[in-house]
Write a protein that binds this ligand. Structure first.
Ligand code: MLT
Length: 406
């Protein structure tokens, strides 16, 4: 008889977001009138901004005509999209907010950029480039998809502590310099912690010295507001020889439903004499037929000045939520982290409650959904994550509820 992939049995029974959904569904079944406020999964609530909608409308019209229709696109994504992303690395100047105005002056050739359907898919797929008889280093706590994809591919996982006493930032200081595949997410999901250039340089130096490769998840880059926080790993000297960067339009431009992301693989990145960029090109040629023309046109328009101004308003809208949440947590003396450079607030459970106990309490007593920290790794136990992707009215209600009960 055919056997299943035995690595499935090494996965946890449920992915945390699926487990939360299950619990919420069950709660709703027996509490039909309860109006839940969802601060759980980090999914945007604001609609696609008008300049992008206009481009989408025009693109729909163009594919409806024989002369301008589009079939399969290039595996690596349309050149016009890769060109504007490359320009954005070089010099982002459209944001009116001064803190975001800094151009990164990073040279990324458009041919080093690959358009994909989402960072989750890209970061999982990249593991296919490596022999699985090697170690993957994963900070704990962290976005759980890294663990599940590494497990299913049969890699050995070693966790690196990213705990409160270290501001939730994993460092390579206590690690033997073995060559490894290293996942880093900054600004971090779930803790909101974000690397300064100085701190991230430790990882880049470690990778260069040990022959490791860093997989840098920058999905939340648009939320960086402090000057000393890295927006791209390529701000760090030497990183082109050891790092792959992943970015997404999901949180930056509200594309969680549209889907579009990109991966940067610098030409210099090679293992022995093999350039990883060549392996990725080979892989995508048989794994995908690319991302839809419409999504890519929409993504291209993200870099127009009128779009950038609208997107900045949306990011600020979510950042306002952090202010409301932080005020109410301050008022009841709950300790929290993150929020400044990220849409996530990482809260410490009080009264010695576990993550799930706190989750249940918030769900049953306040009808608020959060994500239990233990779903992001052992070190997440005793914390829970709040998403700032929610409407202002709802976050105000949350603030009131929290004040009333504690
Ligand atoms: C999250 O809530 O952590 C994310 O939105 C989930 C995801 O990006 O897959």
């Amino acid at each position: 008889m055919i056997r299943i992939n035995k690595n499935f049995s090494n996965l946890k029974e449920n992915y945390i977001f699926a487990e939360v959904n299950k619990k919420v569904r069950k709660f709703k079944e027996s509490n039909k009138n309860a109006e839940l406020i969802d601060l759980g999964i980090g999914d945007v609530v604001l609609p696609i901004v008008m300049p992008i909608v206009k481009v989408l409308e025009d693109s729909v019209k163009s594919i409806s005509k024989k002369k301008t229709m589009h079939g399969y696109g290039p595996y690596e994504g349309y050149k016009w999209l890769r060109d504007v992303i490359s320009k954005d690395y070089k010099n982002r100047t459209n944001f009116s907010d001064l803190s975001l105005k800094r151009g990164l002056s990073i040279s990324i050739d458009p041919d080093e950029i690959f358009i994909g359907p989402g960072t989750k898919e890209d970061m999982g797929g990249i593991l296919e480039l490596f022999d699985n008889n090697q170690e993957v280093l994963i900070p704990d706590p962290v976005y759980p998809a890294y663990c599940d994809t590494s497990t299913i591919e049969g890699f050995k996982i070693n966790f690196v502590n990213a705990i409160e006493s270290e501001n939730f930032l994993a460092t390579p200081k206590k690690i033997k310099p073995n060559s490894s595949i290293i996942y880093i997410c900054s600004p971090n999901n779930p803790t909101g912690a974000a690397y300064t250039r100085e701190k991230l340089k430790l990882w880049v130096d470690f990778a260069l010295n040990s022959g490791s490769v860093i997989l840098f998840d920058g999905a939340y880059e648009a939320f960086v507001s402090e000057e000393n926080i890295v927006r791209s790993i390529y701000e760090i000297p030497g990183s082109r020889r050891c790092a792959i960067e992943f970015r997404s339009f999901s949180k930056m431009a509200g594309f969680t439903g549209l889907r579009c992301s990109y991966v940067v693989i610098p030409r210099e990145l090679k293992l022995n004499e093999t350039h990883l960029i060549d392996l990725w090109k080979r892989r995508i040629s048989f794994k995908t037929n690319g991302v839809s023309y419409l999504s890519q046109r929409a993504a291209e328009s993200v870099y127009q000045e009128d779009t950038q101004l609208e997107l900045e308003k949306n990011i600020n809208y979510y950042k306002e939520n952090f202010k409301t949440i932080s005020k109410s947590l301050d008022s009841i003396n709950l300790k929290y982290f993150g929020g400044k450079n990220s849409p996530y607030v990482w809260v410490k459970c009080s009264y010695n409650k576990s993550s799930w106990e706190f989750f249940d309490y918030l769900l049953e007593k306040l009808n608020i959904v959060v994500i239990p920290g233990c779903g992001f790794g052992e070190n997440g136990e005793g914390y829970f994550r709040i998403s700032c992707f929610v409407e202002h009215e709802k976050v105000n209600q949350v603030a009131e509820k929290i004040k009333s009960i504690f």
